[in-house]
Write a protein that binds this ligand. Structure first.
Ligand code: GCW
Length: 764
């Protein structure tokens, strides 16, 4: 049993007094619990109990979920409703969902939960709130889960209990010691603190001329008597970089800020490092900081919450990406040193290490909104338990446990999930360019140049002459030099730099020939067409399972796949149009900029619609759309000149998240579809832009059409009236009335109609 350690277990089929029995053995309650969950999972997959012989133990000590939840129950980058932690009713009312959540997390091996946002409020450290935390901890404890807290670096000052936040000040030191004592009196197995400081405008030790080591160590010393840890985030960077400085580079920040502190941290400080040097993009190289801390325990941070990867409205199975990161061999001192062994502590002989995921589950019944997104949480747990577990096995087990053991169901879902990261990458930002989302908005749809010419440093430097960040040592920012020699040489040379990271490391012309043999820009066009096609194919693949899935989950997933198929086209066109314009290079297949089946709304005959610009231009077809400001609605009509046949009619419109416009599509006066633009996800934003985040497609399949038919789209806007009070709006003191609030309107906007998009047209 020694191999099982503190958390492992053994499952065995054996005999007791002549009767077959199943044995679960472990050195701890927690091990027994994990063994019981494994047994249940095996039974659910139909494994016979007669030949069990499972010996298993987790490879990582800390398997921790981060919640970016705020005290008001909002969640930063959460896409499945409000926070499950109802702090206002705690500790008196303890929601039974906490138990469900603890059980679900324990079943995948999670042993820690950071309850609140890394952008933390100091309120959690007040006595009233510590009692609330203790109530949650009491629910988690039987499941082997410790609670942790994110803390504001200068909490004592913020709470008005010290006159400074300087970590070396005796008052501050004493305050943290007393606070740790107080927390452990309420929560004896409290896990520790997570710290985000000197990052994205948050205060940090630098304002007192102190280092992250000073800040981390004061907390660590206070927690040490209780065996608590400090997870200090390596995500420290300046978000006011100078775009004009060609040497400025956000990617450098991790190593620049932390490498010189290696060895200066207390033993119970763990540096928590995001997988890539920028920020959870669809693909980034592995952070070089993993190879720069030889004397400090490390934890990797990944993001289950799909901030930059489709926000749980696109299916993207992220364990494929995480395992690619974990398997990356950093070649420290020319020796085998994959990330997965660095974070277990093996490579540099560290006593501990961790695997953290930002999870951001919400109040929605399935926790993460997209039924397929739960595979990310499951896969996280499995990789944190054993980074070498095969992806095929992980996804197949998840599929069986979630959707049943029908072989066709399992094959279909497994294949869709396994390919989904590459599909998403290919219709968003391939070749290491970054995700190309609107980084100044909510990181969802395309918004290409939002990343450029500002202080955030998510630049890709798309210029007339070429594209990509020159991060070479020879001519660029020198970032590549932060990697150990072998990796640095591989990335520095164009001859050996992999195509899928090219633009992260090099600035190259648009017609640069990739290792694949294609010109860069052509490869981008092709990837976007292939990726959007593959996303569209999820719909028929899913439909093939219709009779085998319960109607509720079938419909929900189907609607999401339809949505993804449409939004992948928004991405495809935005990125291809942008590359086409900046490079001036045509698509050899003639697709980009030519849409023979598309009828632009602004070119249709209209009753009441007005033409408006779409900003940024690449997110609207032809850069334009139409809006209706008439209460009764407006129409767009066109007389078709097409051969008779059955067409898929796609309406591309914009669904602003606070309004509910209504659309009706008719053929020769007979309505064939009516729907409401009632999207409210992700959390509605006070933003009424027609852009890549709101552009939405509705497809009406197999519509019989012939030449001379009149197609009409009628849009009825949602004109919100607001009650106003007072002089300001009316000029009359004490007046009341109704007015239109411009930011709340949804003007039934339309971009275009497409007949038979991308698919064959069936002749009649
Ligand atoms: O990716 C960025 C997110 C922020 C987040 C930050 C971080 C909590 O856009 O919302 O803040 O990372 O990881 O600290």
């Amino acid at each position: 049993m020694a191999a099982a350690g503190a958390e492992g277990f053994v499952l065995e089929s054996t005999n007791w007094e002549g009767h077959p029995v199943t044995l679960i053995a472990a050195n701890s309650d927690q091990g027994l619990l994990y063994g019981a969950f494994r047994l249940l999972a095996l039974m659910q997959q139909g494994e016979p109990l007669s030949a069990l012989d499972v010996h298993d133990a987790p490879r990582l000590k800390l398997r921790v979920l981060d919640h970016w939840d705020n005290p008001d129950r909002s969640i930063e980058r959460g896409y499945a409703g409000q926070s499950i932690w109802d702090f206002w009713r705690l500790p008196g009312y303890v929601d039974p969902r906490y138990t469900d959540y603890a059980r679900a997390d324990a079943s995948i091996g999670v042993n820690g939960i950071v309850l609140n946002n890394v952008s933390a409020s100091s309120v959690y450290l007040t006595p009233r709130w510590i009692a609330k935390l203790a109530a949650i901890a009491a629910v988690m404890r039987p499941y082997g889960i410790r609670v942790y807290l994110s803390v504001l670096f200068n909490s004592p000052l913020d709470l008005g209990e010290t006159s400074t936040g300087d970590p070396r000040d005796p008052q501050v030191i004493a305050w943290w010691h007393a606070k740790a004592d107080e927390i452990y009196r309420a929560i004896p197995d409290f896990g520790g603190f997570t710290v985000k400081a000197d990052s994205e405008g948050r205060k940090g030790p630098s304002q007192y001329g102190r280092t992250p080591a000073d800040a981390a160590n004061v907390l660590a010393r206070a927690l040490a008597p209780y065996h608590g840890v400090v997870l200090y985030r390596g995500f420290v960077y300046n978000n006011h970089l100078d775009w004009h400085d060609l040497k400025a580079d956000r990617a450098r920040a991790g190593v620049d800020n932390f490498a010189s502190l290696d060895g200066k941290f207390e033993k119970n400080v763990i540096i928590q490092i995001k997988e890539g040097p920028i920020d959870f993009q669809a693909r980034e190289p592995v952070s070089p900081l993993f190879a720069a801390l030889l004397h400090t325990p490390q934890a990797i941070e990944v993001q289950t919450s799909q901030e930059y990867t489709g926000q749980q409205r696109h299916m993207v199975w992220l364990p494929s990406m995480w395992q690619w990161v974990l398997d990356t061999d950093m070649r420290v001192d020319g020796k085998h040193s994959p990330v997965k062994e660095i974070i277990t502590g093996k490579t540099f002989n560290q006593p501990t290490g961790g695997f953290v995921s930002v999870v951001n589950v919400g109040m929605e019944p399935n926790w993460l909104h997209h039924p397929m997104a739960m595979a990310n949480l499951y896969g996280y747990g499995k990789l944190a338990w054993n980074p070498d577990e095969s992806l095929e096995k992980i996804i197949d087990t998840w599929t069986r446990l979630t959707w049943g053991n029908d072989p066709q169901v399992d094959r279909t879902i497994d294949a869709m999930q396994l390919g989904s990261w590459n599909v998403y990458e290919s219709y968003t930002g391939p070749n290491g360019v970054g995700t190309l989302t609107n980084i100044l908005g909510y990181h969802f749809g395309p918004g290409i140049e939002s990343a450029e010419r500002n202080g955030w440093g998510q630049w890709f430097r798309g210029e007339k002459d070429g594209i990509g960040m020159d991060r070479t040592v020879a001519t660029g920012t020198g970032y590549i030099g932060q990697y150990p020699k072998e990796l640095a040489e591989k990335y520095e040379s164009l001859a050996t730099c992999p195509d899928d990271l090219l633009l992260f490391f090099h600035h190259v012309p648009y017609d640069y020939k990739l290792h694949s043999g294609k010109a860069l820009v052509q490869s981008i066009y092709d990837a976007h067409y292939d990726g959007a096609r593959a996303a569209a194919d999820y719909v028929p693949q899913w439909e093939s399972l219709k009779d085998k899935i319960d109607p509720e989950r079938y419909e929900k997933t189907h609607a999401l796949f339809e949505y993804q198929a449409g939004h992948a086209i928004v991405w495809r066109d935005a990125i291809n149009n942008w590359f086409h314009q900046i490079s001036g290079i045509d698509d050899v297949q003639g697709r980009v900029g030519h849409h023979p089946n598309r009828i632009e709304a602004e070119s249709m005959k209209t009753g009441g619609y007005r033409t408006v610009d779409v900003v940024p231009w690449e997110t609207g077809s032809g850069g334009k759309a139409v809006e209706c400001h008439a209460v009764k609605g407006c129409t767009l009509t066109t007389t078709l000149e097409r051969p008779a046949g059955r067409y898929d009619v796609a309406v591309q419109y914009f669904d602003i998240w606070h309004g509910v416009s209504t659309y009706t599509l008719s053929v020769n006066g007979a309505p064939i579809a009516t729907w409401k633009a009632d999207d409210t996800l992700p959390p509605a934003q006070p933003d009424s832009h027609l852009d890549g985040q709101t552009s939405t497609r509705r497809t009406i399949h197999h519509v019989a059409l012939k030449s001379g038919d009149v197609l009409e789209l009628r849009g009825v806007p949602d004109l919100r009236l607001e009650l106003f009070h007072g002089a300001q709006a009316s000029g009359l003191t004490g007046a009341q009335g109704l007015r239109m609030e411009p930011n709340l309107q949804e003007y039934a906007p339309v971009d275009y109609i497409e007949l038979g998009p991308d698919g064959p047209i069936t002749p009649q």
